[in-house]
Design a protein around this ligand. Structure first.
Ligand SMILES: Cc1cc2nc3c(=O)[nH]c(=O)nc-3n(C[C@H](O)[C@H](O)[C@H](O)COP(=O)(O)OP(=O)(O)OC[C@H]3O[C@@H](n4cnc5c(N)ncnc54)[C@H](O)[C@@H]3O)c2cc1C
Length: 412
């Protein structure tokens, strides 16, 4: 069996019990659950030419497995999610390592005891590490704001170093901000890790799908009750019926091919797109990816290098570390962060979360208050940043909610 792809022209909405917009983790997990546990006939509408959302990976011309929408590393403390996905993939036991390029010298990120020795020299680092352990205890993560709050000159020295050399320029590039515009609440979260653990994540479960994410999604969507339509933008095939003609009138029904779709509709695209941006576009940051292939086994010392004090790009990822692929060639990817100002050509990657934008989002969200069979889910529909594990959990929960009248809850 393989994924069942159908042409939208031939689709009869009466053949389906549930409609899902988007085939990332949000859409695909709900689709699988509704089909498998609820015996629902599910139709997925996906506007891209492939399934898998931002996790999509494929082999490039050099035969290297690359991620097309940013490097995705799986990590979680939610064992249920890890085991659930294990049904669709075998995991490798890859742990991600990130180095900061500090004027040509590499330092582990998050900034830890090993980074301190590189930054301050062994002797001075030993004094600073003793001070950190004395104040906070060993094997702890403390933020640079916590360090500053101690008013100790040694701790401030560490905080200032990390702020200037690891955080500031990287954050400015990523969000297109001046130093003054960098929100203190973001600075507050930058950690110093009192440890020699060089792994980027400390979660209990970490790994990569052995055959790649696309294969994982194919396995998830291979089900006799699931059909997928690619190249279909929901807003171009949905007819929306509103309470009245005013701008803030609430949505009453969604029609597909001229008839109201009464089953559950799980929508994982951006809400502003669904309503044709009637209140203006929701702000995002976008990314440009530049790939380079080399006739060498490895180009970088680890999976990702962050450029925290130089270069226009934020980071470079070398996929072979992530995928553990063996090849005499390698492909790296440079990430450039961009303003999101051309929705026809760009992809919305990171919601820019602040009070004004959240109010903007809430205005869209209030349009769907009256529509009981409409479920917004995922990083776009909820205008939030979610890691993959979190969105899988939320998708399992939503499937429980939708299926609740029919059966019990999921055990994952
Ligand atoms: C650069 C980057 C790197 C990341 N790295 C990690 C990582 O290392 N680890 C981690 O855990 N998380 C990572 N994430 C987060 C991860 O991408 C999200 O958790 C995940 O994509 C959420 O899945 P989703 O289904 O909500 O959204 P998506 O994966 O974006 O899927 C949404 C799908 O809906 C489709 N769609 C949208 N609008 C419409 C429409 N109108 N009609 C039809 N289809 C539509 C899209 O084409 C897409 O396929 C990263 C995110 C980014 C931006």
């Amino acid at each position: 069996m393989s994924v069942s792809y159908v042409d939208f022209k031939t689709v009869d909405p009466n053949d389906y019990d549930a409609l899902i917009v988007g085939s990332g983790f949000a859409g695909s997990v709900v689709a699988r659950e509704l089909a498998e546990r609820g015996q629902k006939r599910v139709l997925i509408l996906e506007k891209r030419p492939h399934i898998g959302g931002n996790m999509y990976d494929e082999y490039d011309e050099a035969g290297i497995l690359v991620h097309r929408y940013g490097p995705h590393i799986f990590h979680t403390n939610d064992e249920g999610v890890y085991r659930y996905l294990e049904r669709f993939t075998e995991w490798s036991d890859y742990s991600h390592h990130v180095l900061a390029d500090w004027y040509g010298t590499y330092m582990p990120v998050p900034f830890n005891k090993n980074s301190m020795e590189i930054a301050f020299g062994k002797e001075r680092a030993a004094e600073l590490i003793d001070k950190l352990i004395e104040t906070f205890g060993d094997e702890r993560k403390v933020t640079i704001n916590e360090l500053r709050a101690q008013e100790d000159p040694d701790l401030s020295e560490i905080a200032d170093f990390v702020y200037r050399n690891v955080f500031l320029y990287y954050t400015q590039k990523q969000w297109g901000l001046t130093p003054e515009e960098v929100d203190p609440s973001v600075t507050a979260r930058v950690p110093v890790f009192i440890s020699r653990d060089n792994r980027y994540f400390q979660d209990a479960y970490q790994g990569m799908p052995r055959e790649g994410y696309t294969k994982l999604f194919e396995n998830m969507l291979e089900h006799p009750l699931i059909d997928v339509c690619l190249h279909v933008e929901a807003e171009s095939v949905f007819d929306l019926e509103f309470e009245d003609d005013t701008e803030d009138a609430s949505l009453q029904a969604i029609l597909l091919k001229g008839q109201e779709f009464e089953g559950p509709i799980v929508y994982t695209g951006p809400l502003d797109e669904l309503f044709l941006a009637r209140f203006g576009r929701l702000p995002y940051r976008s990314l440009d990816f530049v790939y380079e292939t080399y006739d060498t086994e490895h180009k970088l010392p680890c999976g990702t290098v962050n450029y925290t004090v130089t270069e226009d790009y934020t980071r470079i990822t070398e996929f072979k570390y992530l995928t553990e692929q063996v090849s005499p060639k390698t492909t790296i990817m440079k990430e450039y962060s961009r303003a999101y100002d051309d929705p026809d050509r760009q992809i919305p990657y990171y919601a820019i979360i602040n009070a004004e934008n959240e109010a903007h989002y809430e205005r869209y969200r209030s349009l769907i208050d009256d529509l009981d069979n409409f479920y917004p889910l995922g990083r776009l529909a909820e205008y939030r940043y979610y890691n993959m594990d979190r969105i899988v959990r939320l998708a399992l929960d939503l499937a429980d909610t939708i299926l609740a009248p029919d059966e019990g809850t999921n055990e994952a």
